[in-house]
Write a protein of this length. Structure first.
Length: 241
């Protein structure tokens, strides 16, 4: 028994032909659609960067509060113990705990700096996409639309640029590093005082502990930055590079 083809269907087409997948054609979207997608990603990076900065400020504030509370606690214990062995024991435990918290805070600040650099690179690449959509807007951008080393510094400092050698000294990482070095010096001085060492020995122990901690922190930071710089390959390098 033969089947009658439906209107608009050739006799060669069977019932299974309606189930064949149709070919999809690419739709040319207007320029506003890519711009909206790029802007959404840009705002996502900005929000993530803002949240990271807020977390770092909160951690630094909590750490400074802990250091202040430690100083007040030591002052109160001093009035009771009159700098005897009980005071040294309490001070060693308390300063040691605060120093560990300071090291953890310093590690988080360093990690957040790397995350912030990644966000800056991502936003530089998005600006490169903006410029590719409309080259005329590049003259209005304060930050760079390139992701090489020289142009990334424009995002961090628009006017000074990469030649600001002393700028890292004003960073949060340097601030926490110096504070932790002071805690390391205090801990070393307390250990030397517990052994009834002379004043020059106590001073030398404090200086050595602070110098060792600062040197190790700077060395590890430079090695991490060098490793990232060697592995990083810019996608939108400037012509001057």
């Amino acid at each position: 028994m033969s089947t009658v083809p439906s209107p608009g269907q050739s006799p060669a087409d069977g019932p299974s032909s309606a189930r064949q997948p149709t070919e999809t054609r690419p739709v040319n979207s207007p320029p506003s659609v890519p711009a909206q997608l790029l802007a959404t990603e840009h705002w996502s990076l900005l929000a993530t960067r803002s949240m990271t900065q807020s977390e770092i400020l909160s951690r630094i504030s909590m750490f400074l509060t802990l250091v202040s509370a430690t100083i007040v606690s030591l002052a109160l214990i001093r009035q009771v113990t009159q700098f005897d062995q009980r005071f040294l024991t309490f001070a060693l435990v308390l300063i040691g705990a605060v120093f560990v918290v300071g090291v953890l805070t310093q590690m988080r600040v360093g990690s957040a700096s790397m995350e912030d650099l990644a966000h800056v690179i991502g936003m530089s690449r998005l600006r490169a996409a903006y410029v590719s959509l409309d080259p005329a807007i590049e003259q209005y951008l304060v930050t760079s639309a390139h992701d090489d080393d020289a142009c990334l510094w424009r995002t961090y400092n628009h006017l000074v640029g990469p030649n600001a050698k002393l700028r890292p000294l004003a960073s949060s990482g340097a601030f926490i590093m110096v504070l932790n070095a002071g805690l390391a010096a205090t801990f070393g001085a307390l250990v030397a005082s517990g052994r009834d060492a002379a004043v020059p020995v106590v001073t030398a122990a404090a200086v050595v502990c602070a110098a060792v901690f600062l040197g190790a922190s700077v060395l590890l930071g430079m090695r991490q930055f060098k490793r990232i710089r060697e592995r990083y390959v810019p996608l939108f390098a400037s012509v001057q590079q």
